[in-house]
Write a protein of this length. Sequence first.
Length: 688
Amino acid sequence: MTDLQAISIDQLKGVGPRLREKLYKYGVFNAQDLLFHLPLRYQDRTRITPIGALQLGVDAIIEGEVKVADIAFGKRRSLICKVQDGTGLVTLRFFHFSAAQKKQLTAGTRIRCYGEPRRGGAGLELYHPEYQLLDEQQTATLDERLTPVYPSTEGIGQSVWRKLCVQALGLLDKHPVTELISQHELARFPLSDALRYLHQPPAKARLSLIGEGLHPAQRRLAFEELLAHNLAMLKTRQQAQARGAVALPASQHLQSAFQKQLGFQLTGAQQRVCSEIAADLRLGRPMLRLVQGDVGSGKTVVAAMAALQAIEQGFQVALMAPTEILAEQHYLNFKQWLEPLGLSVGWLVGKLKGKARQQSLAAIANGEAQLVIGTHALFQEEVAYQRLGLAIIDEQHRFGVHQRLALTQKARPEDGHPHQLVMTATPIPRTLAMTAYADLDTSIIDELPPGRTPVNTVVIDNARRAQIIERIAHVCASGQQVYWVCTLIEESEALQAQAAEAAFEELKTALPQLQVALVHGRQKPQEKADIMTAFKAGQTQLLVATTVIEVGVDVPNASLMVIENAERLGLSQLHQLRGRVGRGAIESHCALLYQAPLSRNGRERLRALRESTDGFVIAEKDLMLRGPGEVLGTRQTGLMQFRIADLQRDGDLLDDVKQVADDVAGDSALRDALIQRWLGERTEYEGV
Ligand code: ADP
Ligand code: MG
């Protein structure tokens, strides 16, 4: 449909600079975008409904004779007009009306109205219906097709959308689209027919089917869109693989030396994933693997095993974490693990300045740092690696695809593409994984290390706050530690910090016998790190925090977490937070405080969390209650925005999508045409 993509909206009648700006906000830049802007619902102006057959909430046209029209003085003055057609009587109600209108609507006048029946004092009523008066002989014509109602919030009226879409459909007639898929039964519905059908359905269209998004025309479009996204990701993967990679033979001694000093056995799941990774690394093509594992499943050890295989062959490894706190945690951990093996661990984050930074950069450049741990500082321009072989990315959902790609540019050209290991603690439902990570192979750590006691979760009304505070005193008196997490809906760090400060003051006063500390995003990185270190060392007993502690922090002695306003957070985020306790053998608890009254959705969310400690079950539930963008955290990154497809609704298409994608992927012209049609200039997936 390249032709239609080449026709910008400026070329359409009625589009001036102001309308153009508004259309841009909808992502509508050209004629094809307009065609992909599908109606939300339809009005049926194709037939007259007998008044006796009107249904509550279903728009309809009626025709009848005005029986009586009068002004009613109730709570609000209104013009009331009763219309009859032999099958029943309906009331028209106008809160705003002119004297002329009142005069028009005299008894005996024939009238045609369009509106939505509501329940009124005397049966069904139409509020402010559109209407027209009919002469004795006149029979006004009816529409042949249903009338589209377009999604619109930016001040573009329905009549404007309709005119624009009619123009776009006219252009579609002049520039027939190329059918790009034939492999699937849905492809029997040509693309242009599907678009025409959905913009202007025939009178007999099954609206309930369209309403559910299950009409073949919709499925046809969703299928092709999902296919295009899948192909875009496969293309990224192919491009990476075409560059090749260094072959890293299996480790002869570092891995076993590491395991000997660990003090625990790898779980069966860890062993399986480690051998999947080891097998990838041996090949002369880049590993592109996603490791999913619930909080506490032991992903870090798996990452260490992968790193050792590369280091043993003389290559450097970069490990990137999303926050400085988490990076620091990894740094301390890996130093403890690797230095006894005679290996050196480097460190690079934004806060590292001056001489220390220069030293770090030098150690990375001359290869002295065999493993480098840091934040996105690791792939800034100024960082040169001596010989990068493997990039490990922890907590993938916090990184944009661009950032992931930037790190992969750091290998020497003759070494091809670095191997890449992505670890995520957000268990991703299968449907999402197939779509969002089609470019990655997946391994799952589906077993927790032995000896963990599952966290016991309770849901408590904030009115019982005093009881919880008493409980904290009790827990700390027994030598254990406690987190108190403050949340806000607003993304604003400032407001979050404020809420945390208030809780901090409150708890300090209520629990004078305890060492209480506060950590939030507005503090200096060094300050944050010091506070965390003191908490880890057991110097403070109660840590009041914002959600900055969400990922990775590991304090096995903490056995209680209180989360304030838990109803405001997403399920997966709550599950992540909760994973900060229950890290040792001590029985641990999580108290979800909520502000009454809870919405139904809120109650359901908190219940899901109380009833399950399985991250996958929770993620599926989260997907159901909140939708994929929130679950993946992709709202910020702009990744995976579909025009038509809906991963929940169309999830059942994904198996077929994958199959067709595998067939099409070899035909690069066809593949690129599909990508161009659906993703156009959007380049998230490009640039490897
Ligand atoms: P996550 O998957 O959330 O990143 P970590 O890698 O931080 O989990 O591991 C959580 C804790 O479990 C760490 O203290 C780690 O040392 C410990 N651990 C990991 N694997 C095992 C195992 N097989 N047996 C016992 N403890 C383990
Ligand atoms: Mg981790």
